[in-house]
Design a binder for this molecule. Structure first.
Ligand SMILES: C[S@@+](CC[C@H](N)C(=O)[O-])C[C@H]1O[C@@H](n2cnc3c(N)ncnc32)[C@H](O)[C@@H]1O
Length: 247
């Protein structure tokens, strides 16, 4: 009989959000997103929506000008975590978590977040086009997007695909598609190391607690491979840019 404590359920356990981002950096991004009272906030590929919840809280949730938010994702467990976080912060009347494909969402919002999820639209260019239709005129988009900080080896390029560009090319692409860049900042090395470590940590802890589990060998190999890929491959090579865009 399989033990019930499934290692997969520990995958995100140690993560605050599923992107390389410090608390301080998140605060800066929320300032630049400038969520006003009564705004409608949409997070496409929200995961468990930590940034969405903070954006809605920043806009204020009292009275007739309460800010409201919607997060869309295809991951049931992440959405359930988001609903619980919202309820714990008394934000459940203000934030809805919806199961769905990002590309199928067409209701516009004043502030849109799309962090680490442009692949769900088919890549950066397709995302920038689709997101133009869901950001209301005068609104803002927070785009969290991978870029090459240094030229990748062939192996690393294959791992992340041909869509990833250098930062100047990413910004130029946004400009060419009609967006104005209101803010740009990038994840630093400590944010990346923390992201990669916390991504592994839930399952590392599971492994230490279940060394004899029949699934332990597979989990150990997965974790070892990922850490090798990071420290020996894309650490310092793959970057993550946060752009606040308007149009
Ligand atoms: C790297 S995670 C980022 C999550 C979140 N934005 C954050 O910063 O914590 C990407 C998210 O996109 C979601 N996703 C992937 N493909 C999707 C699709 N076609 N439609 C909706 N969500 C999708 C995944 O389930 C995952 O939660």
């Amino acid at each position: 009989m399989q033990p019930t404590d499934d290692p997969a359920t520990h995958r995100y356990a140690r993560m605050r959000w599923n992107t390389p981002l410090s608390e301080e950096h998140a605060e800066l991004l929320l300032q630049r997103l400038d969520v006003g009272p009564g705004a409608r906030v949409l997070d496409l590929g929200c995961g468990w929506g930590e940034l969405l919840l903070r954006a809605v809280a920043a806009g204020g949730v009292d009275g007739p000008t309460a800010t409201r938010g919607v997060g869309v994702d295809t991951d049931d467990a992440a959405l359930a975590r988001g609903r619980k976080l919202a309820a714990d912060r008394s934000l459940d009347r203000h934030v809805a978590f919806v199961m769905g494909e990002v590309a199928a969402w067409h209701e516009p919002a004043d502030r849109v977040l799309c962090v680490g999820a442009s692949h769900a639209f088919g890549g950066t260019g397709a995302a920038l086009t689709a997101l133009a239709d869901v950001v209301r005129p005068g609104g803002r988009l927070l785009l969290g997007e991978a870029y090459w900080e240094r030229p990748p080896t062939t192996d690393v390029e294959q791992l992340f695909g041909p869509e990833v560009a250098a930062l100047p090319d990413l910004i130029e692409r946004a400009r060419a598609q009609g967006w104005r860049t209101l803010h740009v900042s990038t994840a630093d090395q400590r944010e990346w190391d923390d992201f990669e470590s916390t991504w592994l940590a839930g399952r590392q802890e599971w492994l230490l607690a279940h060394p004899e589990d029949p699934r332990a060998a597979r989990v150990r190999t997965e974790l070892d491979d990922r850490l090798r890929q990071y420290v020996g491959g894309y650490r310092g090579v793959l970057g993550l840019a946060y752009l606040v865009l308007g149009r």
